[in-house]
Write a new protein. Structure first.
Lengths: 159, 814, 291
């Protein structure tokens, strides 16, 4: 019987401790043990990006990480992006530009866009498309997503 | 005053978005119940086999396992299904495989355990003894009299076969100057919603009733299927459908619901099953693959007089959609063209592949691919420009309403203008010059043209053409209820469903206009609940019905509420109803605007003050409206009926470059001119056009469910089943044309399927055009660099489906 | 798709990791970036009883240049290679290769060592390691050993690493100063494993004759292939389009590529010649005058 592992981590700035089965994925842990439901599971093999979160400031596929591996880490999910009632500029841009339809890919997409803009504050359309190529969307055809990310970039408020 | 459209027509931000962007929480896997356990399935590794024996003892003994079901359990505890549109000879299928497996991935054993991981551990402990049989995989092979039978009880693999002659086809062929023949095929693919199928079922033994959260696109029909399976009253099934993360026609699988419900019954605990991606690709459902043979009677000036069609649709091992791909193709088959006559012979064939679903466009992508390939072939035969051939054959704008040979009525449109606009946007002439210059240097640039009609809503009476006139299900309609709350806001309940298209926003815009409210004051209850939402059997989200049915039902209910509201206000204001104005949450007397009352005040009294006189005869401010489309009738004696209830249209022009050495295909530009009549929310509409077009481009270039000759699906993950990423798709530019429909209350026409219907044809046309120097015709999809190279390097003049599975094996005589 | 149960072992040092590897042997797998292993585990195609998580082990993530070589610790993240200015300047072909590995989120976790040891024949890093004649530094409790890239890759997903060994570091010999380079691939989609990948290094002497040529192909066999036949065509000759075409043809003749659902053998063979030819032309544009 595999030994469960005690972990301590910060999720959206809040300290959490838990005991997890080694095979418990980080996304399942966040969703079902912590109750942060906005991050989604789309494939469990690291292709679709729906499970994208930030671990210690970098985007990762949380379906390919075990919760135990997040011991000592800082995790950011989309629930940690807005400041109270005030949406993050990327969230606002997505809303303004119809960059979501069913919304299932959106949390992962927004976090990938955030990383993209932090590293490349003025991307071209092509650079946005390549930067977001790790996040599949089945609804939008990506056109409005690119528009939203470009708009957020040109507003210059993304940090 | 009602009639003034303040919200409808605006590209408002969607009301759904804030939640989706912040906390989410409404999808099926976000819901749970106390004591819930989780399901996993053992699935067939064989495409066709007898189930000799199943040993579940080790699985049952595994710690944490609560229940196990096999086909035997299902056969004992539930009644079999005969398909949504049963044929006279429909076989019976159960929720999981019973006695036999018919496709790789078919569920064979269901297990409920404390968590999904444990259920999967237990699944590995199940032993199934199979006797493998030779599968039949190819639809043409399946027609042979000696082919292995997918369902022995029907005696053949043909679920349905019929021929529809419309107009005098023979006369047209006699008048033709040229006959042009074409044969095209299409592959299996799917829109693969990012959220997989989910269901959570709870059983209450005392009342023999179920509460089920889950997915469907036709809630009333699925509810009845589930009730019938368990032999209970529909009132004993409560079906709750939360917003879905995409559906695209794939989430109509009542068998999945029945299996989960049975597990819940056995486990005596609620059971939740969230399909994983591998299961979804294997077994949720595919768009049908098919073969279309065509023969066109053509005049020297390019007029196409008539086309004969012979279509074979491969339904896989599913019976739910028998004949439906065929019939919906038939209803759109003259596309935008003024054909005088058509004859259509259709086969619906079963094989040992994944069952087919009504994937975005249900058959119409193939129909459009076939017809548009034929138009390009006609252009080639007559040495006419491909745009010109279409202009010569288009139904003209002054010919609406236009009745097609098959009895469809096209209500409005302007196909020539649509195509002209698209060509102007791309600067066709300049592009052709660039293409010619490029060809001289060995550059393979291609321009693809495709146009299509896009129906909005289906008359489900068409099922009678398959199952006979006694079928109960007919027509098309929707139900809605609007409630004015005590604070003057409104809530809308509808039998329509949410799968990402912004229906809640659109309905809120409509109802806000009807009731003079601000958009923020109208909410739509997006989780359907059969216990509280109104519905009719045609309720749901499918077939582009929203624009003309959900909307009208909501308007009807809102107008009834408005009438009640004004009656109350008139009494309170001591004025005449006809003198009242309703806007911005206030009812006032025309010409005496200071004499008014807030909607909230009136509404509040309607609920609270029951001791007062009720001007309306009853308290409350809520109204229900059922809408049935008067155009959706039964077939006549000549098998003609209005299947599609309105027609949008679009012109797509694609510009591609094919690398002359590597045959990689890059889409350089993509233009869509789209006409869906009046647009409720242009932002939402544009997004639908983008997304559907993306599906079509990907179907043409990337996606394919590939089977090997044993019936094993080779593409069972997103590493092999290739979805387009943002880097693989072009920007999709476009514009709208707006010819309002005279058939719908708002002048709207359907939107949602369209791009997925047209784009495969546009891409094929573009690639073929690019390869003109090589003289190779595109007769199948998808077009991949490797296959293109193989075709060109072997000197083939046609890019067509290789004869796979052309020989079924007779190794295991039955 | 949940993995089978396993123990998660979290060593804090290389010695601890090696001790765990020795005691668990075949019943253990190394967890580095997890981007290749965890999908396999989720599909239950891999069911290790024990996972040895290297993410907490110090000292495996150095990036170190000297005059002749670049040493990369096995746990260097692919993203850190992508972001490294010293690598962009000192070994640009590596920078070019790494940008084609998957997507940012994959590269954030994926490691050099993980990719090399997983040994997918269509992966970028194994191909580059073969082109550059990398040396793999392996270690176990039994001692250290160095294995040349050409001996490291033995078959489809099979490497020379023993079950008690850990890849500690890889040493990449730097190409001669002024050499041109190109890493290119054809894939079905951006970020996918290559259908065919080509890694080319091209160096010229003072007479502008080729004196250094590396031609390696990935995706054309069970392991990345160093195409010496193509190199032999190049060495001693003056570069021109015809020479590159011959080198490309030689490459196509030298390989025996597979068929799979994404590409036929014939296509792979054909684009191998095209890629080699195009990559050589690109490499030529990147030649610098040696100081």
């Amino acid at each position: 019987m595999p030994e469960n592992i005690s972990i301590t981590l910060h999720i959206n700035g809040v300290k959490r401790t838990a005991t997890v089965e080694p095979r418990r994925s980080l996304v399942d842990f966040l969703r079902h043990d912590i109750g942060l439901l906005a991050t989604h599971v789309g494939c469990e093999h690291g292709v679709c990006g729906a499970c994208t979160i930030m671990l210690d400031g970098r985007t990762v596929r949380s379906c390919l990480l075990f919760a135990a591996q997040a011991d000592g880490a800082e995790v950011l999910t989309i629930e940690g992006l807005a400041k109270g009632e005030e949406l993050h500029p990327l969230q606002q841009a997505f809303q303004q530009h119809h960059a979501l339809q069913c919304g299932f890919c959106t949390p992962g997409m927004v976090l990938s866009a955030l990383e993209l803009l932090r590293e490349n504050p003025e991307p071209t359309d092509e650079e946005v498309r390549v930067g977001l190529a790790g996040n599949l969307c089945m609804c939008t055809g990506y056109v409005n997503i690119v528009r939203a990310v470009r708009a957020a970039a040109s507003d210059g408020k993304v940090k | 005053m009602s009639g003034e459209k303040k919200w409808v027509g605006q590209a408002l931000e969607r009301t759904e978005d804030r939640t989706l962007l912040t906390t989410g929480g409404h999808f099926i896997d976000d819901l749970t119940l106390s004591g819930v356990v989780h399901a996993a399935y053992v699935r067939s590794p064989h495409a066709r086999a007898k189930i000799r024996h199943i040993d579940t003892s080790r699985a049952l003994a595994h710690p944490g396992v609560c229940a196990v079901i096999t086909g035997e359990d299902v056969a004992q505890s539930t009644r079999p299904q005969r398909g949504r549109v049963p044929l006279p000879n429909s076989p019976r299928v159960y929720a999981i495989a019973y006695e036999q497996v018919r496709y790789v991935g078919e569920p064979v054993v269901g297990i409920a355990a404390v968590d999904r991981a444990t259920a999967e551990d237990a699944a590995e402990l199940v032993h199934v003894d199979y006797e493998p049989l030779s599968p039949i995989l190819d639809a043409e092979q399946a027609l042979r009299p000696d082919a292995p039978l997918v369902f022995e009880e029907i005696g053949s693999n043909v679920l349905w076969h019929d021929t529809f002659p419309y107009g005098d086809v023979e006369a047209a062929f006699a008048q033709a100057d040229t006959i042009v023949n074409e044969r095209v095929t299409i592959h299996r693919y799917s829109s693969t919603p990012l959220e997989t199928f989910g269901v959570m079922a709870q059983y209450e033994p005392a009342t023999h009733s179920f509460t089920i959260w889950g997915h469907t696109q036709q809630p009333a029909q699925d509810l009845h299927v589930v009730a019938a399976a368990f032999g209970v009253s529909p009132g004993q099934i409560r079906l709750i459908i939360p917003p879905m993360g995409g559906a695209f026609g794939n989430k109509v699988r009542p068998l999945f619901i029945i299996a989960a419900a049975l597990l819940a019954q056995k486990a005596k605990r609620p059971v939740k099953w969230i399909e994983d991606r591998r299961e979804s690709l294997l077994a949720l459902g595919h768009a049908a693959d098919g073969i279309m043979e065509m023969s066109a009677a053509v005049k020297a000036d390019g007029t196409v007089l008539a086309i004969k069609f012979r279509n074979i649709e491969n339904e896989g091992a599913g019976i739910d959609f028998a004949g439906r791909h065929n019939l919906l193709m038939l209803s759109n088959i003259v596309n935008c063209y003024r054909l005088r006559a058509i004859s259509y012979e259709g086969y619906s064939v079963v094989t040992n592949r994944c069952p087919v679903v009504a994937n975005r466009g249900i058959g119409k992508p193939f129909m459009c691919f076939a017809v548009e390939r034929m138009m390009d072939a006609v252009a080639r035969a007559l040495k006419l420009d491909r745009a010109e051939i279409r202009f010569r054959n288009f139904i003209q704008p002054d010919e609406f309403p236009y009745e097609t040979p098959g009895g469809q009525t096209y209500d409005s449109g302007n196909y020539p203008e649509m195509l002209r606009k698209a060509l102007a946007r791309i600067d066709y002439a300049a592009l052709q010059r660039e293409q010619a210059e490029g060809r001289a240097r060995g550059r393979l640039l291609g321009i693809g043209i495709a146009t299509a009609v896009e129906p909005g809503g289906s008359n489900l009476s068409y099922g009678m053409l398959i199952s006979g006139p006694s079928q109960l299900l007919s027509g098309q309609g929707e139900a809605a209820r609007v409630r004015l709350e005590t604070d003057g806001t409104a809530t809308v309940f509808t039998g329509g469903l949410d799968s990402g298209q912004g229906h809640a926003t659109a309905l809120a815009q409509i109802v806000a206009d009807e009731l003079g409210l601000h958009i923020k004051q109208v909410r739509v209850a997006t989780t359907f609940d059969s216990a509280s939402h109104p519905y009719v059997m045609t309720s749901g989200v499918y077939s582009n019905k929203f624009h003309g049915h959900d909307t009208v039902a909501a308007i009807g209910a809102a107008r009834k509420v408005r009438e009640k509201l004004l009656k109350r206000a008139a009494a309170l204001l001591e004025a005449n109803v006809d003198d009242l104005e309703l806007s911005d949450g206030r009812i006032s007397v025309r010409g005496a605007l200071q004499k008014g009352i807030g909607v909230a005040q009136v509404a509040s009294r309607a609920y609270w003050s029951l001791a007062d006189d009720q001007p309306d005869g009853e308290p409350g401010l809520e109204a229900l409206h059922y809408y049935n489309n008067p155009l959706a009738k039964r077939p006549d004696e000549k098998k003609r009926l209005r299947v599609q209830l309105g027609f949008a249209s679009a012109a797509h022009v694609a510009v591609v470059e094919v690398d002359a050495e590597t045959f990689e295909i890059k889409v350089l530009r993509y233009v869509v001119i789209h006409d869906c009549g009046r647009q409720i929310n242009p932002g939402i509409v544009e997004g639908q056009v983008h997304g559907a077009t993306a599906h079509g481009i990907a179907a043409a270039l990337l996606e394919e469910f590939e089977y090997d000759q044993d019936g094993q699906l080779l593409t069972t993950s997103f590493m092999d089943y290739l979805k387009p990423t943002a880097a693989d798709l072009p920007d999709i530019e476009g514009d709208r044309l707006e010819t309002p429909s005279p058939l719908t209350l708002l002048g709207t026409k359907g939107v949602g399927e369209g791009g997925a219907v047209v784009a495969p044809a546009a891409i094929a046309s573009a690639v073929e055009d690019a390869l003109t120097p090589l003289g190779i015709q595109i007769a199948t999809l998808p077009i991949t660099p490797s296959r293109l190279f193989d075709a060109v390097s072997s000197g083939m003049k046609r890019y067509e489906r290789q004869k796979q599975n052309s020989e079924y094996r007779r190794q295991n005589p039955e | 798709m949940k993995p089978a149960p396993f123990n998660l072992l979290r060593p804090k040092s290389v010695d601890e990791a090696l001790a765990l590897l020795q005691s668990h042997g075949d019943e253990a797998k190394i967890l580095a970036g997890g981007q290749s292993l965890v999908p396999l585990m989720n599909f239950r195609l891999a069911q290790p009883h024990n996972l040895i998580d290297l993410n907490g082990v110090e000292g495996l993530a150095q990036i170190k240049f000297d005059d002749q070589t670049l040493s990369l610790g096995a746990m260097v993240r692919q993203r850190d290679i992508e972001r490294s200015t010293s690598i962009a300047e000192g070994l640009p072909v590596l920078r070019e290769a790494i940008g084609q590995v998957g997507h940012p989120a994959i590269r954030n976790r994926g490691t050099v060592g993980g990719s090399l040891v997983h040994a997918d024949p269509a992966a970028e890093l194994p191909l580059l390691s073969v082109a550059l004649e990398a040396i793999f530094q392996l270690q176990s409790l039994r001692g250290k050993r160095s294995v040349a890239a050409r001996d490291f890759y033995q078959g489809y997903l099979v490497t020379n690493i023993a079950s008690d060994e850990l890849l500690i570091e890889i040493t990449l010999p730097l190409p001669p100063a002024g050499a041109g380079w190109c890493f290119t691939e054809i894939a079905r989609r951006h970020g996918d494993f290559a259908i065919v990948g080509a890694a080319i290094i091209l160096g010229l002497d003072h007479d502008r004759r080729v004196n250094f040529a590396r031609v390696a192909l990935g995706g054309v066999g069970p392991a990345p292939v160093r195409v010496t036949a193509a190199e032999d065509v190049l060495v001693g000759k003056k570069p021109d389009a015809e020479l590159y075409r011959c080198a490309g043809d030689a490459a196509a003749q030298a390989i025996d590529p597979p068929n799979d659902i994404h590409a036929s053998a014939a296509y792979r063979r054909h684009i191998s010649s095209v890629l080699v030819r195009r990559a050589l032309a690109t490499a030529e544009t990147r030649l610098k005058e040696p100081e």
